[in-house]
Design a protein around this ligand. Sequence first.
Ligand SMILES: Nc1nc2c(ncn2[C@@H]2O[C@H](COP(=O)(O)OP(=O)(O)OP(=O)(O)O)[C@@H](O)[C@H]2O)c(=O)[nH]1
Length: 325
Amino acid sequence: MSKVSSCGYEWTIQLVSQNSEHMLDKCLASILSAALAEASLFAFYFSKSLSIQQTPCAIFTSSEQWLDEQLDVPALVGRLNKLNHDVQLLSLAQMQILPVRYQGLILGFLAVDNSAIIPTSEHNVLNHVLNIYVHQLATLQYARIDPLTQLLNRQTFDEKVMDIVAGKEAWLVREHGNDVKWYIAMADIDHFKYVNDNHGHVIGDEVILLVAQLLKSNFRIGDYVFRYGGEEFAIVFPCKDEGKAIEKLDSVRAIIAATRFPQVGSVTISLGVAELTDNAQVADFVNRADQALYQSKQDGRNRVTAFSNMDSAKDSYQTGDIELF
Ligand SMILES: Nc1nc2c(ncn2[C@@H]2O[C@H](COP(=O)(O)OP(=O)(O)OP(=O)(O)O)[C@@H](O)[C@H]2O)c(=O)[nH]1
């Protein structure tokens, strides 16, 4: 543990120079492995959505068995939340817990077994390292956010879809088993040009914002909602099967159609949906969902179309002559 005090500055520099979440996690893991070399077991739990609505999950652990047996994460977070904000270390019977706070909320913790007792002078440095991690994560996440809607932006979209196709969403398998599929939906506000032309761009922006909020609040926390372009959104979400995915999208479509938009009245969206399989490129998935969306527009708008139900579109997709917007 003596390494801790001498390396604080170096570790800070290492953490703030990471430019992806994945590399930031790896960097923190290697720092903690060096800092806690004398501890036989440790684990870092954190809520990456930076929200208390999501129970912190394991970012890395030195032994899953130890954790499964001893950590009741929701109970521990509840207990940490009741602590005074000045408390930086909680000593339990078999482990020491360093709470990780962001904007005053407990978003996670570092658990270290009692084989290495962390001296007061050193848990301050570890707390500092964990703080730098949280702030660097927040900085990386803000760069991925669309300023108008606070949704994930287009730049984040490709990376997230590639991660999902590569099977990097491990939490999902832990929670639902292997029989869950991912779907991509493209959603576009109907006749939006009319809104801009008749009410002006400021009201147009407000319509985009309200649609974004309705989309975000009607999908689950583990689903991804992106602002893909001006009045176009992409939603990437797991579902048991395509029927359920269409049902979900149609229920959100109906909620938007039933909402009264200030000044404008009613607004509808059209959607297209395709499954994310592991044998195509991100651009192919977007094309498929876009073709289905185009079909929804052709069929009269305010509806959901699944790419799998479009035989003619599949043919034209293969010959590459589909007309997209
Ligand atoms: N206010 C506002 N308007 C935008 C934004 N991005 C794109 N637009 C406008 O959105 C409109 C999109 O119109 P179109 O693509 O022609 O389609 P539409 O009128 O929505 O009709 P359909 O999609 O066929 O139902 C254009 O007038 C764009 O200028 C934005 O960020 N804010």
